[in-house]
Design a protein. Structure first.
Length: 167
């Protein structure tokens, strides 16, 4: 066998070896996610609860996990795909985590009107504004400010209001 043929053969073998190793690595990552999901499913959680839990776990680890209803579906779709998340570089969700988070966001968010701009900021969302008709917000509206009026927001409870807003 000529030296050039041996080199090509070794190169092909090396490529296949890398593919097998990479496939094993990806498989182990997915298996870990599947084990976590399986444990949650054994706790009696519904599919919708699993999806919401994944969204809260993924997004709520850095900031308040906003209710899906405050932004349109297209905003959520773009946010899930964008590695530049409001000026911060992040690793976008993928695989099972993405499927579950999208499974919560898609049916619980709202459609855009025809010709409506896709809002990226809460203050630009007509849904957010409709839910806060009598609220004068500081500029800019910050997700961290939710707790001022919604004291139980860190537990996912946006319905409970601080005493000043209960009347």
């Amino acid at each position: 066998m000529a030296p050039s043929q041996r080199r090509r053969r070794r190169l092909r073998f090396g490529i296949w070896a890398m593919v097998v190793i990479l496939a094993g690595f990806v498989g182990s990552l997915l298996a870990g996610s599947a084990q976590k999901l399986g444990a949650q499913a054994q706790q009696g959680l519904t599919q919708a609860q699993l999806e919401q839990a994944q969204y809260v776990r993924s997004c709520g680890s850095c900031h308040v996990a906003l209710p899906a209803q405050v932004l349109p579906t297209e905003t959520w779709r773009r946010l899930l795909q964008d590695p530049s998340h409001y000026g911060q570089q992040i690793q976008p969700l993928s695989g099972v985590a993405l499927q579950l988070a999208w499974g919560y966001l898609r049916p619980n968010s709202r459609p855009l009107r025809q010709g409506e701009q896709v809002p990226y900021r809460l203050a630009d969302s007509r849904y957010f504004r409709a839910l806060h008709l009598q609220v004068e917000f500081p500029t800019p509206v910050r997700v961290s400010g939710c707790v001022d009026c919604h004291p139980k927001v860190n537990a996912g409870d946006f319905a409970s209001l601080s005493p000043q807003w209960q009347s």
